[in-house]
Design a protein around this ligand. Structure first.
Ligand code: CP
Length: 337
């Protein structure tokens, strides 16, 4: 049973094969004939791109996808199988997940981190419960730590612009100011995906906003094995100098995860962490990436988003093709196709 919860749940060779297939599907632009393929999407949080592209990815293959909003389309879930359920929860994960596993061949789940301590949230409690009780492959549609479908699409997008071999590409992941502390799944997965692809990765962020230590160990080990490099820059312009790709994203401090007020205080003097024409000018004519949704003139200036430097809509489109290829890969592994 293969679950795809983070970029490194796929090998380098599997990523190459899936992205080759994604490019092939993109070129053909007509549905394959996989009628009978049943895909589910369960969302504990809002989405535009992921929800639509996950459904349409199933349709590209000729299959069917059913989407559920966890908060409104089903019963309030209990995650503790030993709980005495005399409160607000109506159905236990054991039955709910087990039943969904009888209806679908593959289930995608989106579950952002909650208000637990970061050490608990990083273990992906919701996604782990589904992998434990559903009995079919689970694909993370963004969890606490990772957004593997986004990072697959990000790699496909970089390959379209720089060629299939991304080793040695100078890539900067840059923190950006935002009014709210946001989840870290996108930057975590982009950094790990870039390491798997062998890029020279710079992570530019203010002190205190470094990525998770265990993840950084995995990124460093992966990067060494793939012949890339990793460095951290606490000055944004220095971090962006000579970059060929700049990935802008805001994220919250993990040491202040439960104290949003303190986190906001910590970032109040960091509004200058933005990508505008002045800061972009130090790059090597960089392509600009962001997972979307993006706050214009807060994270990236309109002048950049409305120019050919921005490839954010390519990334969003490529969610379709990467996910279609990933669903096909998993369905073949399961013997469904
Ligand atoms: N990039 C991304 O996951 O977008 P949504 O949150 O709209 O799904």
């Amino acid at each position: 049973m293969r679950h795809i919860l983070k970029p490194s749940d796929l090998t380098f060779e599997e990523i190459r094969s899936i992205l080759n297939r994604a490019a092939e599907l993109k070129t053909r632009q007509k549905p394959a004939d996989r009628t009978g393929l049943r895909i589910g999407g369960l969302f504990f949080n809002p989405s535009l791109r992921t929800r639509v592209s996950w459904e349409q990815a199933a349709h590209i293959l000729g299959g069917h996808c059913q989407t559920l909003n966890a908060s409104s389309d089903s019963w309030a879930l209990e995650f503790d199988p030993e709980a005495v359920m005399d409160g607000n929860t109506v159905e236990c994960i054991v039955e709910a997940a087990g039943v969904l596993g009888r209806y679908f061949h593959i289930l995608g789940v989106r579950a952002f981190p909650g208000d637990r301590e970061w050490q608990e949230e990083k273990e992906e409690p919701v996604l782990s419960a589904f992998t434990q009780h559903t009995g079919i492959p689970i694909v993370s549609l963004e969890g606490s730590m990772h957004h593997p479908c986004q990072s697959l699409a990000d790699q496909l997008t970089m390959q379209e612009h720089f060629g299939n071999d991304l080793s040695g590409l100078n890539v900067t992941l840059s923190w950006a100011w935002h009014p709210n502390p946001l989840p870290m799944a996108v930057p975590n997965s982009f950094a790990l995906q870039a390491a798997i692809a062998g890029c020279n990765l710079t992570i530019a962020c203010p002190p205190g906003y470094e990525l998770d230590g265990d993840l950084m160990d995995e990124i460093s080990a992966t990067s060494s094995a793939r012949g890339g490099s990793v460095r951290i820059a606490h000055d944004q312009k220095e971090g962006l100098s000579n970059s060929q790709v700049v990935y802008m994203k805001s994220w919250g401090r993990k040491d202040m995860w439960q104290d949003k007020m303190a986190e906001r205080e910590s970032r109040k003097n960091l509004r200058h962490w933005i990508l505008n024409d002045d800061i972009w000018s130090v790059t090597d004519n960089a392509k600009v990436m962001h997972c979307l949704p993006v706050r214009r003139n807060v994270v990236i200036s309109s002048s950049i988003l409305d120019s050919p430097r921005s490839i954010v809509k390519d990334e969003a489109e490529n969610r379709l093709w990467a996910q279609a290829a990933l669903i096909e890969f998993l369905a073949k592994q399961e013997g469904v196709l």
